[in-house]
Unconditional design. Structure first.
Length: 687
């Protein structure tokens, strides 16, 4: 019988053809003793099922043959009996919540001990742990003799936590064992049977889901439909739901719930809202909400261009891609539905400059919904913009053909496509597909990259690599090594960082081994043609100077204000006069896009319009200048940007965003008469 730790180790092993035990320890946060114990347990299980065990070679690398990998993948894909799975404490806590979620009449201690096969003391400790988790949403577990154990709190919050719990298991852990175990032991409708009904109705009503969101919806529905029969939502006004009645999502929800003997309008509305928060937006359909949401998308795109200094060549295509993602975001924010982004922290770390800019871009959108945009949503949009802002130059002859399988949606697939192209520039990458489309491929590819493990991938009989859409340098290094070790390359050999470290230690003292490792990883995986984000990009202080800072200036109108702010850059031959004209021309055509926040403008044009050197000029005017015809956008601080490409200025702009949120910075700009003082402040305070 395999436990959670064994499943974690199996999943990590399946991501690569082989893995060093040291790497496994680091990635799982397990000790060597824990790993050895779990490996013994896995191998005993394999041998009992007549499969070859996992082996450890002379280089301390773990690997398994094809048949063993296939059976391990089947195991973590729930192909084995559900009742073999052993719940840990965290899973027991979730199980208890789901049990209370479904049973609103009477739940006793006996229900818990029988279902979980543990003692009363263990259940009491699990209940205490659950109550701590529920406090944030003001939900509690109450007990009395008449009702037994009950969930007390706002019904919307109770459902919210159930869905977030499900989304977390499906995204963070990529594990349905607990959910399937619960459905089985409580004799609820099974996933696969329900999926057939849902997929049939989705096709009938022309509603599209990305693969992972569909899985989230099906599992959520299996629990929600049971609770709809017993509870009502009293905290949400009807006027938020009634506009949904004429939408196809409402018709779908009504037909789906009727097939499960439920026809109350309140539940149909609720399910309609949930579908809108999970399904994809389609620009080809001019739905009743199209203009409202597309206007917000255009607003986001314009603000992003203003804040980032990036001007998209095909803004209409950018808007279409963003719309597909943002329509469900709109409804998640409107109805307060949860989302789990398993790459959230990684995106913030790997694309921290872009994340800051996107975060600032979205602030007015949050105000519309009366709350800040959740970090998970900001991270998803950062991933979209990272892909959209990357210019690919692909002129090499391709050799190997690579297939990308990504069930996570257009944002994840786009960034995965972009990152893999940068790592393997000699490969020809096919357009990313979902898992369900694998059988439709004709096999004319050499290697498969996937963001999640799936048994179907191994039936392709091609090398399979499990990758994250967001990879740091060490992960890229390991992927390059694994791919070229297996498929071979006549021109490529990746040095061993560990071996280099050993050589250096023989002859020199290393003051920071981990930092040296990170630098070596970056060096070995760098590609000059494509790089989405680099820590070494210039700081704000490196893009400006005292000679580019002007204080107490005057101008008669916004055109003159732009010309004044650009004058030092023209004088130092950092930009041309044509670039200044283009900035003014852009504003005339597109409106005051350059006003990025109250009193602040960031005029810029494209690099090809006359940029000679990466720069930012800073100009402070004595009196505000109005940047539109309605006198609604007075500007006092103008930051004239000259970018040489789509990326190298992002680090400086992300730092500028932080300065623009600091009252001390404005006070200095207003009161200082010395450009050197302003420049010194920037140098001392930039992150």
């Amino acid at each position: 019988m395999l436990d959670e730790r064994a499943y974690i180790i199996i999943q990590k092993m399946l991501e690569r053809p082989f893995i060093e035990k040291k790497d496994l320890q680091k990635q799982t946060s397990l000790t060597q003793r824990q790993i050895d114990y779990s490996l013994d347990k896995i191998n005993t299980w394999l041998c009992s099922n007549r499969y070859k065990p996992i082996i450890l070679n002379n280089h301390d690398q773990l690997s398994a043959d094809y048949q063993t990998r296939e059976i391990l993948l089947k195991e973590i894909s729930n192909s084995f009996p559900i009742n073999e799975y052993i719940l840990n404490r965290q899973e027991r806590v979730k199980f208890i919540y789901l049990l209370l979620f479904l049973n609103t009449e009477y739940v006793s201690m006996n229900h818990f001990t029988t279902a979980l096969k543990v003692g009363k003391t263990t259940i009491m400790n699990d209940l205490k742990a659950l109550e701590v988790n529920l406090m944030e949403k003001q939900i509690s577990v109450e007990y009395n003799r008449k009702k037994g154990y009950q969930l007390e709190g706002a019904e919307f919050s109770i459902r919210y936590l159930m869905m977030r719990m499900i989304f977390f298991d499906l995204n963070e852990d990529n594990n349905t064992q607990l959910l399937d175990h619960f459905l089985h032991t409580n004799q609820l409708d099974e996933y696969e049977a329900t999926k057939k009904t849902i997929v049939h109705l989705l096709k009938k009503h022309h509603i599209s889901f990305v693969e992972n969101r569909l899985t989230e919806f099906i599992y959520s529905f299996l629990f929600i439909k049971e609770r709809l029969k017993k509870t009502r939502i009293n905290t949400v006004s009807a006027d938020k739901f009634t506009p949904l009645k004429n939408m196809k999502e409402y018709a779908f929800s009504k037909e789906l719930l009727q097939s499960f003997q439920y026809d109350k309008e309140e539940g149909i509305y609720y399910l309609s809202a949930l579908i809108l928060g999970l399904s994809m937006g389609e620009t080809s359909e001019k739905t009743a909400d199209y203009d409202t949401i597309m206007n917000l998308v255009e607003h986001i795109r314009n603000r992003f261009e203003s804040f980032s200094g990036i001007r998209f060549d095909h803004p209409e295509n950018v808007a279409k891609q963003l719309y597909r993602h943002f329509r469900p975001v709109y409804y998640r924010l409107y109805f307060r539905f949860p989302i789990v982004n398993p790459l959230g922290e990684k995106i913030k770390k790997e694309y921290h400059n872009l994340y800051r800019i996107v975060h600032e871009t979205l602030k007015p959108i949050g105000a519309i919904f009366g709350s800040d945009i959740p970090e998970e949503e900001v991270a998803f949009l950062t991933m979209h913009f990272a892909s959209l802002a990357t210019t690919l130059h692909d002129e090499k002859t391709k050799q190997k053909v690579a297939l990308i399988v990504c069930p996570n949606g257009v944002g994840s697939s786009s960034i995965t496509y972009t990152v893999l192209q940068s790592i393997f520039p000699e490969f020809r990458f096919l357009v990313p597909i979902e898992t369900s489309d694998i059988e439709k491929m004709d096999g004319q590819y050499d290697v498969v990259f996937s963001t999640v493990p799936n048994i179907r991938l191994f039936y392709t009989k091609k090398p399979v690599y499990i990758v994250s859409p967001i990879m740091n340098s060490a992960e890229k290094y390991r992927l390059i090594r694994d791919v070229y070790t297996e498929i071979g390359s006549s021109f490529f050999k990746l040095p061993s960082v560990e071996y280099i470290i050993q050589i250096v230690e023989k002859y020199a003292k290393i003051t920071d081994k981990e930092l040296l490792k990170r630098e070596l990883y970056k060096y070995f995986v760098i590609n000059d043609n494509i790089s989405l984000e680099k820590d070494q990009y210039p700081k704000l202080s490196e893009m400006t100077s005292p000679t580019l800072i002007q204080l107490n200036m005057t101008a008669n109108d916004w055109q003159e204000a732009i010309a004044v702010s650009a004058k030092p850059l023209v004088k130092e031959q950092r930009i041309t006069e044509e670039y200044v004209e283009k900035m003014i021309d852009n504003a005339n055509k597109s409106g005051p896009y350059m006003v990025i926040m109250k009193h602040v403008a960031l005029p810029h044009a494209r690099p090809v319009d006359g940029v000679k050197q990466l720069s930012i000029g800073i100009t402070v005017f004595k009196d505000p200048i109005f940047f539109d015809n309605h006198a609604s956008k007075p500007v006092k601080y103008v930051f004239c940007l000259a970018a040489i490409d789509q990326e190298r200025h992002l680090n400086a702009l992300s730092q500028l965003v932080l300065f623009l949120e600091n009252d001390d910075f404005y006070a200095l700009l207003n009161n200082s008469e010395d450009a050197k003082e302003v420049y010194h402040y920037i140098c001392q305070n930039e992150s």
